[in-house]
Design a protein around this ligand. Sequence first.
Ligand code: NAP
Ligand code: MG
Length: 475
Amino acid sequence: MGFEYAPAPESRSIVDIKPSYGLFVNGEFVDGHGKSFKTISPATEEVLAEVAEADESDVDAAVKAARRAYEKVWGPMPGRERAKYLYRIARIIQERSRELAVLESLDNGKPIKESRDVDVPTVAAHFFYYAGWADKLEYAGRGADPRPLGVAGQVIPWNFPLLMLAWKIAPALACGNTVVLKPAETTPLTALLFAEICQQADLPPGVVNIVTGAGATGQALVGHAGVDKVAFTGSTEVGKAIARAVAGTDKKVTLELGGKAANVVFDDAPLDQAVEGIVNGIFFNQGHVCCAGSRLLVQESVADELLAKLKRRMSTLRVGDPLDKNTDIGAINSAEQLAKIRDLSEIGESEGAGRWSPACDLPTTGFWFPPTLFTGVSQAHRIAREEIFGPVLSVLTFRTPSEAVEKANNTPYGLSAGVWTEKGSRILSMANQLRAGVVWANTFNKFDPTSPFGGFKESGYGREGGRHGLEAYLK
Ligand code: NAP
Ligand code: MG
């Protein structure tokens, strides 16, 4: 509002997308035995590339390559030598950061300013951080000489393709494990570029293997008898299926699942700052964030003032071309996800909540959804209980701190929460009472490799990041 921006597109000429990709097994790109599938740009529906779909025999070859590399090379290698490879990978990620960011925005639909300023720098930071641990594992809190687990089978979602890859691969490798990773079907391309980076870093063959495909490929991987450790990020539904599949085996498992975080604003909060945090909490990455602040709990006495400010701020959000440097909200990742967001939003209306979006022109091709908020939401509404995983905020009110705690914790999930108040004592008391793995105070969606992340209840178990993140990969 007020003034218009000229288009400021980031050039895509820096990326060289091949017409088709194979699987990355034992240090080389190989043809799969299965079919192939297309990955598209969700902003334009343009086909970006044809990608191999790994079948059981391909997964088996990848797990065997990882086993050989674990036994012969990576497991026995001193930590200080493993660290050199991880530092090298981290530096190459920095050198090729623009290429990675553009490719991530093309394949996923997220705005370039996020892939460039958040995702890719955090990916590099993760490799640097865990490189530093590789020769210091005796301080990990797992005894004097902690041992790796072996081969890790890792399955990741589409919302942060490269960042989730880093969260999985960096600690696994630092601890001496080898990996087979399956990226999500709609966003395989940056994982395949990462495979090239492994080649460029001279990483020994078989230490990292990438098997592209859909759910069946993931199922083959987590079910493979040669996998010692399963690490999964995705929906609670698939997480439960994986927990059942590995029950009774001696595989170790970590699950990072969904969320329905409360962002709690007290009447003494700095409201303008809170508005920025609310916007970041739910509209960052189109709301495709497991720890998104999707339930705003605002103290009744400031609710009207806060909502007026929030609506004004939402009216300035720019929705559109992910490669435009001024874009705040990019494309919804897939037609399927768009349908889910539309469905739940219609249910919100039919259950009686008030729906509001600022006026905004959406592109006519691709998958788009405007920033949306619902007022008059009650605890019983499905939009207050279920993860929408899109740019949709449900607003509830409370009168007392204890009511805020009760409402915030009234969810099957427990991944994250936010608290906005000027009182330090209230922050500490809320942090103690909120059943969430991460509680942010006067900020939201801050990610740092040194800080553990993970859930309570149906948000999963195990921690990623920080020293705690090592425990998942050590005996
Ligand atoms: P999803 O359907 O659970 O998929 C996650 C991954 O698992 C994808 O690679 C998927 O393959 C694969 N997969 C599907 N079925 C499988 C099976 N039976 N066995 C093994 N792997 C299988 O989740 P999504 O819809 O992609 O992602 C959104 C969900 O992830 C949200 O619920 C969100 O909250 C959660 N998430 C959680 C975190 C966290 O850190 N806690 C982070 C990000 C996202 P394809 O999709 O390729 O078919
Ligand atoms: Mg795609």
